[in-house]
Design a protein around this ligand. Structure first.
Ligand code: SAM
Length: 238
């Protein structure tokens, strides 16, 4: 059984540029409350930096994020890339409620000590808010059972390729959406911890005739005391 997140939260600030500074409520636990979604993973930082440089790919587009965790990637894209809509999705109620707090802190500028604490075990409904011209939404989406049928241009995901069962569910959701809307561009950032697991993901995609448009390799080091990690960004289309 994984530990409880309990009161083990902190507020961490991510500096991208003078105009993009994001503060997140998060834990330093890699797994707690039965999920990997209560801390921020390096791949989301790398993909956020890449998206900010490639903002034209997201401007005026409808973007879906799978496994959004605590929101670093989406908050960077919403504030820097001017998408028409951005839908943050995840599975676990603790993740969705903390993600909601983070979206409110950064997009609505609600001070974190002025927020009402949600019941972390229940996710009641989808949440919608406006940021400049972007419709930002937070929704529950389970890759095992749910489909996403809204009109989309782009799908983003960071650090969702870590376990073969999770990969099978993720690919099912991707294929369900791509087969209905084949023009969608998909960008997935992965820290390659186990090359066999990563190869399994790419082979499964190839078996479904998903095309890899490009694969770029990045290095990320959160601080001098942390190891340098390799993060790959895949650009996929059907
Ligand atoms: C390693 S975390 C990455 C979180 C975030 N993208 C980041 O990089 O910081 C993986 C995320 O995938 C979500 N996830 C795992 N299985 C899922 C499923 N079946 N449906 C939806 N989300 C899922 C988890 O809740 C978690 O937030």
């Amino acid at each position: 059984m994984s530990p409880s997140c309990g009161d083990n939260f902190c507020y961490r600030t991510y500096y991208f540029s003078e105009s993009l500074i994001i503060t997140l409520k998060e834990t330093s636990n890699l797994v707690c409350d039965g999920t990997t979604g209560m801390c921020t993973w390096e791949a989301s930082h790398v993909l956020a930096e890449w998206c900010c440089k490639e903002a034209h790919r997201f401007q005026d587009k409808n973007v879906l994020e799978l496994g959004a965790g605590l929101g670093l990637l989406g908050l960077a894209v919403v504030q820097s890339c001017k998408p028409s809509s951005y839908t943050f999705t995840d599975l676990h109620p603790s993740v969705l409620n903390t993600l909601t707090e983070n979206v409110q802190i950064n997009l609505n500028k609600v001070p974190h000590d002025k927020q009402s604490a949600p019941n972390k075990d229940i996710w009641v409904d989808e949440i919608t808010m406006k940021y400049n011209n972007t419709d930002a939404q937070i929704r529950r989406l389970d890759w095992e059972s749910d489909s996403f049928d809204d009109q989309l241009d782009v799908i983003l995901a960071a650090d969702v390729v870590y376990d073969t069962e999770v990969i099978r569910q993720l690919v099912k959701t991707l294929m369900g959406t791509l087969s209905k809307q084949p023009g969608i561009a998909v960008y997935i950032a992965s820290t390659v911890r186990n090359p066999d697991t990563y190869s399994y993901f790419k082979e499964l995609l190839a078996s479904k005739r998903v095309v890899t448009q490009s694969e770029t390799h990045h290095h990320h080091q959160a601080s001098p005391s942390q190891p340098q990690l390799s993060v790959n960004i895949l650009h996929l289309t059907l």
